[in-house]
Design a protein around this ligand. Sequence first.
Ligand code: COA
Ligand code: AMP
Length: 624
Amino acid sequence: MSAYDEAYRRSIERPEEFWGEAALGIQWDLAPATVHAGGRWFPDGRLNTCHNAVDRHVAAGRGAQAALIYDSPVTGTTRSYTYLELLDEVSKAAGMLRDLGVAAGDTVVIYMPMVPEAVVAMLACARLGAVHSVVFGGFAARELAVRIDHARPKVVLSASCGIEPARVVAYKPLLDAALEQAGHRPDHCVILQRPESPAELTPGRDLDWVAAVGGAEPAGCVSVAATDPLYILYTSGTTGTPKGVVRDNGGHAVALQWSMSHVYGAAPGEVFWAASDVGWVVGHSYIVYAPLLAGCTTVLYEGKPVGTPDPGAFWRVVSTYGVRTLFTAPTAFRAIKKEDPSGNFAKKYDLSALRYLFLAGERLDPDTYHWASDLLGVPVIDHWWQTETGWPIAANSVGIERLPIKPGSPTKAVPGWDVHILDADGNDCPPGAEGAVTVKLPLPPGALPTLYRDDDRFARSYLDRYPGHYLTGDGGHLDDDGYLYVMGRIDDVINVAGHRLSTGSMEEVIAAHPDVAECAVIGVADEVKGQLPMGFVVLKAGSERGQEEMERELAALVRERIGPVAAFRRAVVVSRLPKTRSGKILRATMRDIADGNPYTTPSTIEDPAALPEIARVLSDTGGH
Ligand code: COA
Ligand code: AMP
């Protein structure tokens, strides 16, 4: 039996033995006597995640090794922190939070750009046993307000601004607006002033980061239960209310540390770079926690794959720091390919340190796979996972055994994940047949135990559809060799440039426009971003508004309410939406039309003329 088959079988047949062994890689304050009980991992263990990510490496002699390298082409800055320096920064930031009354179990919202202080803030919360909730900078004030109201933070940690290539994004006014809209009031906001756009501070409420941290005594690690929450990360569901994915401390530390060696094949001391954002799960898991738990050097890159300043940006970082493992989203490679199709920029740099390119966040199309593979000459590993799972469900687990690659497939289920493709009746689909991708319970350590303050929604969203299985929300199939193919979401979630967005939340915003009677938002194919949202609106009777002005206003509205990250630019006015006689909007058919694919008119359609109208309007307004 191959090493992969053996590991996989053991993880499914004897999960307690398997994860009990993996738990030996973590330093516990109280080692767990029980591996799994009542749906929770390591229920009687106690530990501190920050201790495992920082302190223990200093104690083990890694103090002088770089822990965090900050590279920011948008500000022209680089900075490196050794494990010892990181320990010092994190202990002081934790001391500052403690002085502000933050204790174990309290929540802290972090709304920060890609600066080292964001990583320090996360680790400082973990040090105190406080629960952080990082909100991505590309969201609008309203989205931040919704998260503040749900997470009810004692303190908000933020910065005066973020820096996008074309503009400085003032974060502080967004935070102020969010706090005006939110019902919940944090006691304090601590603001990192950046020279590009310093912010006004509100006396009494706002503190300056440097002053507050500078005056604090360092705080030590607080021991927490393995089952206590480490963080909440809000992600898009099918409605406008985001889901607060909860991550525990113990299972998370065990799974992430295990994944570094077994999935990514990474060893302590190596340079690991996830080119994502700390606001997403990839950033939480593979910029911050996993590389540090594993004693690697992690890279925090404040820039883009293109335009900062050119499509050689990634190759400069790889060669400068000797990056061994690069992890990003396929969209980044499509963006690079568009500007540098022959890969000339890559040829200017020494990329010899690079061993693997891992891609996730959206489907890796075979064209992008081949282009990246030819360009870099290293294995290009597609792997599939989601915010809820925290680490890969399917991958080529190169640390166990490198399996042959099949372009278009993220290879096989990672040990711990009992993947099943189910049909509508809950039966396993035969190889080749499309169905819902599910994971048979129990989920392995590191996966979400619940949704924050919403156990019912957790059950409704993930467990009720197929009792005994977790519903991933993706559709796909297995082939005869057990390779998984993930073809796309089977719900109203779309994926724009590797960012997960809810069409339902965009519909809620558009429906609030005074001239809109009805609307639908779908994701249409885009060459670089994978998908882009597109709105279809029916105007209220008597409205005289024109196509162009509606499109402009709706784009501005979605940008203002959800944020620029939604990249909502296209909206078309139609006289009716295509629906079934029972009133269900025919989104899949609309998507086919918008993507220029052949489509069939469902027999259940209410008004057959609605579909040709969509095709006509799209062609009149320049396609998508
Ligand atoms: N703060 C404020 N605004 C932000 C932001 C942030 N942290 N991140 C993105 N935005 C804004 C951008 O400025 C842009 O605004 P614009 O409409 O004014 O141009 C908008 O949100 C969309 O951003 P983005 O999705 O990054 O698109 P882009 O056109 O600027 O760049 C790519 C396209 C492909 C280069 C970019 O998406 C990318 O690098 N993706 C890498 C993959 C990735 O990080 N995936 C995350 C999960 S792994
Ligand atoms: P997020 O929670 O933001 O990480 O988004 C998770 C979703 O992105 C998944 O449910 C998939 O729809 C999609 N996704 C992530 N990685 C892949 C992949 N390798 N192949 C196909 N889809 C992916």
